[in-house]
Design a protein around this ligand. Structure first.
Ligand code: HEC
Length: 151
């Protein structure tokens, strides 16, 4: 690595470790890597295909049932019929159970801050608790979403 690249990498590492919004910065990166291909930049979604997360993420993350749904969808994915913004979606989302609890928490914290008033961030322990309560099928996660408040 040449000196300039090393310096830039060092700066980036310093930013990630000391910046107050570090978790959000990581969450944004994780979102761009794993989620935005479907849910689109900023959680805009795609009407009738991929649910909008902007506004919906914070709404869900303010209630225990919604938080549980978000962690379950993040870990195990989701499949089935949904209605979002008055349009039916018959979707399949992959799960991300291969990611460590901390990364699932970071990306969901980012989603919880998309649009509107940000909801409290997710803690790795919250993800661990859902993981420990047993694996759900993507269809079972869809049932949680249909039961979640606000849809
Ligand atoms: C391959 C496309 C795809 C990817 C990648 C994807 N999702 Fe999804 N997501 C979907 C679809 C489709 C649904 C709705 C599934 C259904 O119809 O049951 C969904 C549903 C959700 C929901 C529930 C929304 C609601 O209104 O109930 C959340 C939360 C969510 N995704 C978050 C994420 C996060 C966070 C990531 C990245 C870690 C991610 N998704 C990656 C396609 C995707």
């Amino acid at each position: 690595m040449n000196g300039r690249r090393a310096a830039v990498a060092g700066l980036a590492a310093a930013f990630v470790t000391v910046a107050p919004g570090a978790a959000q910065a990581d969450g944004a990166k994780l979102y761009a890597t794993h989620c935005s291909v479907c849910h689109q930049a900023g959680g805009a979604g795609l009407a009738g295909v991929y649910p909008r997360l902007a506004g919906r993420g914070p709404d869900l993350a303010r209630k225990p049932a919604g938080r549980r749904l978000m962690v379950s969808a993040g870990l195990y994915g989701m499949a089935g019929r949904l209605e979002v913004d008055g349009k039916p979606i018959m979707g399949v989302m992959p799960g991300f159970a291969q990611l460590p609890d901390a990364e699932v928490a970071e990306v969901l914290s980012y989603v919880a801050g998309l649009g509107g008033k940000p909801a409290p961030p997710f803690k790795p322990a919250e993800v661990a608790a859902v993981r420990a309560s047993g694996r759900l099928s993507p269809t079972a996660v869809n049932a949680l979403a249909r039961a979640a408040p606000g849809r």
